[in-house]
Design a protein. Structure first.
Length: 476
C-alpha cells in the first residue's frame, strides 16, 4: 500500500479526478437515448435491435459492479483505474469507427465493462483518501458524478447530433477519456490494501448470470409481463444461490457482512428508494411535458435541466452539513420534501402552468439532494476498511437495480393507465396526465416509505447508534 505517496498529494485532487472520470464513463450510459432512430437508419437495423445498445450497456455495467469488489483487492489501485479508463477509451473509439451494427454493439458492451468498474473504484478510493472529517463532502462529489453524467448525456448528445452526427459524441467522450486516463495515471496512487483473495469461478458465473437475467426481466416486464416475471424469478433464484455460496466461502467474491450493520441496511434502503424516485422522474417528466404540453424532446430536456443542476449544488451542500453531524434531521427532511412535492406533482393537470410544474420539479429534486447522498455516506461510513469495497459494490448494485426498476415500473404504470384513459375517450393530453398522475402517486407512496425509514434512522442516531457524524470521525 502506497500511503506515503498519497499523503503528499492533495486528496481533493485525487477525488476530483476520480469523480470526473466516473462522470465521463457514466455519461456514456444515456448518450444514445436520443440517437436510436438515427442509428437504426444509418446502420440499417431495426429499432428494437438498436435498443440493445442501451439495454446491453446497462446489463454489462451492472454485472461488473460486484466483480470489481474482488478486483479492487487484487489489482493495485492505479493500474485498476488505468484498466477501467483504458477500456472506456478503447470501447469509445471502437464505437466511433464502427461501420456495422454488430461491431458497434460489441464495442458498446466493451465500453460498459469500464463504466461498471469506474463507479466502485471511485467510491472505494474516495473512502480511503478523503479526510475523515470531510467524508460527507467527498462522497457528495461522488453522487454528483453519478447523477450528472446520465442526466447530461441526452442533452449534449442531442446538441452534437444537430451540429454533426451521432458519432461526434463518441469522439468527444474519447478525448475526455484520454485526458482523464493521463490525469489519473499522474495523480492516483496505490492506496487500497491488497489481500489477493482467491477467485471463485462459480461465484463469478452466478453473479453475472443472476444479475443479468434479473435486470433483463425488469427491463421487459412492462411490455412483456409474463416473460419479464419469468426472467425476474429465474434471476432471483440464481442470485439466492450466489448469496448462499458467498456465505460458505472463506474468501467470498462479495461479502454480505455489511448487512449485519443496522445503519448500513437503513442507509442502503434509503439510497435505493431515492434512486428509484430519481430515475422514475427521468422517465415520467419528459414524457409528460411532451405529451401533455406539446413541447419537443430537446425543449423538455432543457427545461428540466435547472432541477438537475440545482440538485447537484444542493448535494454538495448536503455533504458539508453531514460532516457537521446534521444527518439525523437532514435525511428525514429530504424525504419529507420529496414526498410533499411528489404529491403536488400528482395534483397537476395538462392545464397547470408549465413554470409551476418546473418549479415543483426543482423542489422535488432538492429533497432528493438532501436524502440520497447523506443516506449513501451513512451506509458506507460505518463499515470497517476491509469491508469498504464490498459495501460500495452492494450499494451500487442496489442503485443499478433501482435505476432499472424505476424506468420499467413507473413507465409501465404510466403507459397502462394512459392507454386505458385513451380507450375511454380521453384526449391525448388528458390521457398522458392520467398516466403521469398514477405513476407519481406510486412514487409518492415509495417516498413516504423512505421518510419512515429516515425517521427510524434519525432515532437510531439520537439513541447513540453509529451515526455518520460519529463514524466519519473514526479511523475505520
Amino acid at each position: 500500500m502506497n500511503l506515503s505517496k498519497n499523503k503528499k498529494k492533495n486528496p481533493w485532487l485525487i477525488v476530483g479526478v476520480l469523480v470526473f472520470s466516473a462522470f465521463i464513463a457514466l455519461f456514456n450510459e444515456t448518450i444514445l437515448n436520443v440517437a436510436l432512430i438515427t442509428i437504426s437508419k444509418d446502420l440499417r437495423v431495426s429499432v428494437s435491435a438498436v435498443q440493445w445498445l442501451i439495454t446491453g450497456y446497462m446489463l454489462v455495467t451492472s454485472v461488473m459492479v460486484p466483480i470489481t469488489a474482488f478486483l479492487y483487492e487484487s489489482i493495485p489501485t492505479k493500474r485498476l483505474f488505468q484498466i477501467a479508463m483504458g477500456i472506456v477509451l478503447v470501447g469509445t473509439l471502437g464505437c466511433f469507427f464502427a461501420g456495422s451494427f454488430p461491431v458497434l454493439l460489441g464495442f458498446r458492451m466493451f465500453q460498459a465493462i469500464g463504466t461498471g468498474m469506474m463507479i466502485p473504484i471511485m467510491m472505494s478510493t474516495t473512502l480511503i483518501v478523503a479526510p475523515r472529517e470531510k467524508l460527507g463532502a467527498a462522497m457528495a462529489m461522488c453522487v454528483m458524478g453519478i447523477t450528472l453524467g446520465p442526466a447530461f448525456g441526452p442533452t449534449l448528445s442531442g446538441i452534437m447530433m444537430q451540429l454533426f452526427s451521432w458519432r461526434a459524441t463518441f469522439a468527444l467522450i474519447a478525448a475526455f477519456s484520454a485526458v482523464m486516463f493521463i490525469a489519473g495515471s499522474l495523480v492516483i496512487d496505490n492506496v487500497a490494501e491488497l489481500r489477493y483473495p482467491k477467485l471463485d469461478i462459480l461465484s463469478v458465473v452466478l453473479s453475472v448470470a443472476g444479475l443479468a437475467v434479473f435486470l433483463y426481466g425488469i427491463s421487459i416486464v412492462a411490455s412483456q409481463p409474463l416473460n419479464g416475471l419469468a426472467f425476474i424469478a429465474a434471476g432471483a433464484v440464481v442470485i439466492a444461490f450466489f448469496v448462499r455460496r458467498q456465505g460458505r466461502l472463506a474468501e467470498p467474491m462479495l461479502s454480505f457482512a455489511p448487512f449485519k450493520n443496522r445503519i448500513f441496511v437503513l442507509g442502503l434502503i434509503m439510497v435505493t428508494i431515492a434512486m428509484l424516485i430519481n430515475f422514475s422522474m427521468n422517465v415520467l417528466m419528459p414524457s409528460f411535458l411532451q405529451e401533455a404540453y406539446g413541447v419537443s424532446s430537446s425543449i423538455s430536456a432543457i427545461v428540466l435541466l435547472p432541477g438537475i443542476l440545482l440538485n447537484a449544488v444542493s448535494t454538495g451542500i448536503s455533504g458539508k452539513i453531514l460532516d457537521k453531524g446534521g444527518a439525523g434531521r437532514m435525511i428525514p427532511l429530504g424525504f419529507l420534501t420529496a414526498t410533499v412535492f411528489l404529491a403536488v406533482l400528482a395534483a397537476f393537470s395538462a392545464h397547470s402552468a408549465l413554470p409551476v410544474v418546473i418549479l415543483t420539479h426543482i423542489l422535488l429534486y432538492q429533497g432528493l439532494a438532501f436524502s440520497m447522498s447523506p443516506a449513501q455516506t451513512s451506509a458506507l461510513a460505518v463499515l470497517p476498511k476491509e469491508l469498504n469495497p464490498h459495501g460500495v459494490s452492494l450499494v451500487n448494485t442496489f442503485m443499478q437495480i433501482a435505476a432499472s426498476l424505476g424506468s420499467s415500473l413507473f413507465g409501465g404504470i404510466s403507459a397502462t393507465v394512459q392507454a386505458s384513459a385513451a380507450a375511454g375517450g380521453a384526449s391525448s393530453a388528458s390521457a398522458a396526465t392520467s398516466g403521469f398522475t398514477a405513476a407519481i402517486f406510486v412514487a409518492a407512496g415509495i417516498a413516504c416509505t423512505g421518510l419512515i425509514l429516515a425517521l427510524i434512522f434519525s432515532r437510531s442516531c439520537a439513541q447513540g447508534a453509529a451515526a455518520p457524524s460519529d463514524a466519519t470521525a473514526q479511523e475505520n
